[in-house]
Design a protein around this ligand. Sequence first.
Ligand code: ADP
Ligand code: ZN
Length: 222
Amino acid sequence: MRVVLLGPPGSGKGTVGERLERATGFPRISTGDLLRKAVREGTPLGRLAEGVMQAGGLVSDDIVTGIVRERIAEADCRPGYILDGYPRTAAQAEALRRIDGGRPEIAVELDVAEETIVSRLSARRVCPSCQAVYNLRSRPPVRAGACDACGAALVQRPDDRPEAVRERLRVYRDRTAPLREAFRARGVYRAVGGEGEFEAVAAGVLAAVAAARSAGGEKGRP
Ligand code: ADP
Ligand code: ZN
């Protein structure tokens, strides 16, 4: 089984994906996290991706597909895996079908209005040391400005600045949202409201995935 998490930036894919990972045991593969790690470590790939990411654009299909291809070849992905942030373009969706097309899948899109996204992302802060994520309104750290887990000073992601957020939303609308139709045509698309309480949103996603797994997508074919 493969779970594809769709949803605009700031829709909560990361947090929901972590919950789903614990519930299913399937590893969550976040291309954004993998790219940010490469940037932090200053690898050649990271140096290539950094500028594009800061501006809110898309890293090239070949690069991202290469990362995903390597990751899903690992043994822990054999029973199933969760994709958070991939595919994001038609070319990536095609590449995924070439790499691992036979696997049953479900695509769950978190539905969140643009105003909500802009307000969430402007309040998001991250720990540069342990990567914990906070929100000044809905999930503030205990001590203002400091990470609960490790005490480091929290920062804003460069691509959470307003100009970059606008670009990311535009990219989502133009390049990623159209993928819905292909998933829908294959009968594997589900939309889940992403605006409510986190627990309710997570429960909606877990229920959609559980239904897809028991519908037989699992049997015999991982
Ligand atoms: P969000 O979903 O909140 O925009 P992510 O952490 O998923 O954030 O991604 C951050 C950035 O990483 C993207 O804006 C883009 O530059 C890059 N990125 C992540 N996944 C992909 C992908 N599949 N294709 C191209 N670029 C990607
Ligand atoms: Zn920390």
